[in-house]
Design a protein around this ligand. Structure first.
Ligand SMILES: Nc1ncnc2c1ncn2[C@@H]1O[C@H](COP(=O)(O)OP(=O)(O)O)[C@@H](O)[C@H]1O
Ligand SMILES: [Mg+2]
Length: 275
C-alpha cells in the first residue's frame, strides 16, 4: 500500500480549513496526479502525506504505518522512505548541485559518511547519473544560486531520484519549466515510479501534463475530492467546474488551449539513457 486517507480533515492554526472529508488510497506503484485551482488544498494534502502536518480529523496511513502513532525514531525512519519534490526546492544558496543531490540519501547514510560527503562528494557518478536524466549533468559543480527556478526544480527532482524513496510526493514539480523540459521531468518521475514499483503522487498546475502522463487524476476543489478518474473519463465540463473559481481558460504548461485525450490513446514513456 502506498497510502490511505480516510475522512481526513485539516484545519490550519489560523482556523482556516484546508481539507475536509478526503478519502483517498493508493496501491503500491500507482501514479496519481492531483489537479485543482490555487488554494484547493493540493500542497496541504502532500504535506500531510509527507508527515509534515498532522490531520485534524480522520485517519492517515503512509507506507503501512500511521505516522502519528510511531515513536520519534520510527517516524524519522518512515520519513527517509518518503521523497518530496518541492515547488521551490529549499536548497541553501551557496550549496553545490552535487551536494544538494547527494543530500537525498543523508537520512539513510551513517553520520560519518554524510559529514565526509560535505567536503568530498561521496558518489559523484551516482549524482551525475540522476542529473543526466534531467539534462543537467553539466551543472554538477555549480552553486545553487547560479541556477534558474526551473533548473533548481530539476535539481530537486534529481535529489529525490537519487534518494530512491518508496513514496514520491511532488508538489507542482515542473511549474517553472518550459513544456519540453516539463515533459522530460515528469517522464523521469514516472519512469522511476514504474521502474521501481513505487507510488507517485504529483500535484500539477498544468492540466495537459496531468492528462498526458498519469493514469489516475484526482480533482481537488475547496479541500474536497471533486473526482477521481482515469484521463479518458475527464470531460471539459468536469474541468470547467473544477476551475470555475479561476480564469476562463484551463491552465496548461505552455498556455496552449487544452485538447482532451481520446479514448484509447496511448502515450509511450521514453527513458533517455543515463551516462
Ligand atoms: N500554513 C498555513 N496556514 C494557514 N493557512 C494555510 C497554510 N497553508 C495553506 N493554507 C490555506 O489552506 C488552503 C489550501 O492551501 P494549499 O494547500 O496551499 O492549496 P494549493 O496548493 O492547492 O494552492 C488555502 O486556503 C491556503 O490559504
Ligand atoms: Mg500549492
Amino acid at each position: 500500500m502506498g497510502f490511505r486517507l480516510q475522512r481526513l480533515g485539516l484545519v490550519h492554526a489560523n482556523g482556516l480549513r484546508a481539507l475536509a472529508g478526503v478519502t483517498l488510497a493508493a496501491r503500491r506503484g500507482e501514479r496519481i496526479a492531483v489537479i485543482g485551482p490555487s488554494g484547493a488544498g493540493k500542497t496541504t494534502l502532500l504535506r500531510l502525506l509527507g508527515t509534515a502536518v498532522r490531520p485534524s480529523e480522520g485517519r492517515v496511513e503512509v507506507l503501512e504505518s500511521n505516522p502519528w502513532q510511531l515513536s520519534g525514531g520510527a517516524l524519522r525512519r518512515l520519513r527517509t522512505r518518503i521523497g518530496t519534490v518541492h515547488q521551490a526546492p529549499p536548497l541553501p544558496a551557496r550549496q553545490r548541485v552535487i551536494t544538494a543531490v547527494l543530500a537525498g540519501r543523508l537520512g539513510t547514510w551513517p553520520w560519518w559518511k554524510s559529514l565526509l560527503s560535505l567536503a568530498y562528494p561521496a558518489d559523484i557518478a551516482g549524482a551525475c547519473a540522476q542529473l543526466a536524466r534531467l539534462d543537467l549533468a553539466d551543472r554538477l559543480f555549480d552553486r545553487c544560486d547560479r541556477l534558474s527556478g526551473g533548473q533548481l526544480q530539476r535539481v530537486g527532482i534529481a535529489r529525490v531520484l537519487y534518494q530512491q524513496p518508496e513514496l514520491i510526493l511532488a508538489d507542482e514539480p515542473v511549474s517553472a519549466m518550459d513544456p519540453a523540459l516539463a515533459d522530460l521531468a515528469i517522464q523521469q518521475l514516472i519512469a522511476e515510479a514504474t521502474g521501481r514499483g513505487v507510488t507517485l503522487i504529483a500535484s500539477l498546475h498544468a492540466v495537459d501534463l496531468a492528462l498526458r502522463w498519469f493514469p489516475r487524476i484526482v480533482g481537488l476543489r475547496a479541500g474536497e475530492v471533486a473526482f477521481d478518474l482515469p484521463p479518458v473519463r475527464i470531460t471539459d465540463a468536469l474541468l470547467r467546474d473544477l476551475y470555475a473559481s479561476e480564469s476562463a481558460t484551463l491552465p496548461t504548461q505552455g498556455g496552449e488551449p487544452l485538447r482532451l485525450p481520446q479514448p484509447g490513446a496511448e502515450v509511450a514513456v521514453r527513458r533517455p539513457a543515463c551516462q
